[in-house]
Design a protein around this ligand. Structure first.
Ligand SMILES: Nc1ncnc2c1ncn2[C@@H]1O[C@H](COP(=O)(O)OP(=O)(O)O)[C@@H](O)[C@H]1O
Ligand SMILES: [Mg+2]
Length: 248
């Protein structure tokens, strides 16, 4: 379904004495098949969020091509890519002053939707729908609530490819267990679609079909979970792996 061909991304930075090129992603090639649950992991600063933004069309690669179902989408902007079937949940979700949660879910679904249907998506991410459906998507929502609402909008969109950037980040008020259940359910219900999650969480890595390790803008390792997870650290514990990855 998704094919990344030799994706590189660089920025030009001013270091005071002149501009220097900084390589953030270097020659990333990756194929995500149909009905796959792919987890991208690796040390902070490795380029994971940048890669997600390139897939969603928020950033443009310096070189390389992106194909969705065989169609070249490299030159499509973020709106066109959303239409083509890619949805994206930010590591830091955006707040929309003046817009209610209900509007946001309906907007995401892109079709007529009853309040009851919209509530269903909130319930799926562990929010009591009646408390939230008419809330404004503004600063009064905690980071964890906002994150869950954003996950609900991605569910409502039900596109070919859903990309989640560190869904576990900032879920302080929400039991981590619920988040895992949301993703386990998503995985069980995969149908004509695929899910890509950027995560450091052992429980998420453990339900991956495939794991990709990004380090310093390059693919350090990628393959089926059974191969990558133990090899990542030489022990079966992903918790240790993530500690090691984060400390690097
Ligand atoms: N637009 C940008 N300009 C300059 N540096 C950037 C830009 N986007 C990302 N970076 C840098 O690229 C590296 C990778 O960032 P990021 O993709 O956020 O990593 P990760 O999500 O794996 O932690 C970091 O060093 C970050 O500071
Ligand atoms: Mg990131």
């Amino acid at each position: 379904m998704l094919e990344l061909q030799n994706i590189s991304f660089g920025v030009t930075e001013d270091n005071g004495g002149g501009s220097v090129n900084k390589e953030i992603l270097n020659d990333i090639s990756l194929t995500v098949g149909d009905n796959r649950f792919v987890v991208i992991t690796g040390p902070n600063g490795g380029g994971k969020s940048t890669l997600a933004k390139i897939i969603a069309g928020i950033e443009k690669p310096t070189s390389g091509r992106i194909l969705l179902d065989g169609k070249d989408i490299t030159d499509l902007n973020v709106t066109e890519r959303a239409k083509a079937g890619i949805s994206f949940a930010f590591q830091q979700p955006v707040r929309f002053k003046g817009i209610q949660v209900l509007d946001l879910i309906r907007l995401a679904a892109g079709k007529k939707m009853t309040v009851a249907d919209a509530c269903q998506y909130l319930a799926e991410v562990g929010l009591c729908a009646k408390d939230y459906i008419n809330r404004e998507v503004n600063a009064s929502l905690s980071g964890g609530e906002l994150k869950r609402i954003e996950i609900a909008t991605v569910l409502a969109r039900s596109t070919r490819l859903s990309v989640f950037d560190e869904p576990e980040a900032g879920i302080d008020l929400w039991s981590f267990q619920n988040l895992i259940q949301v993703f386990e359910k998503m995985r069980a219900q995969i149908h004509d679609s695929s899910i890509m999650i950027i995560s450091h969480q052992e429980r998420i890595l453990e339900i991956a079909d495939e794991i990709v390790v990004l380090r310093d803008g390059r693919i350090d390792a990628s393959g089926p979970r059974e191969e990558i997870l133990p090899a990542l650290i030489g022990t079966p514990s992903a918790v240790e792996a993530c500690k090691i990855l984060k400390s690097k």
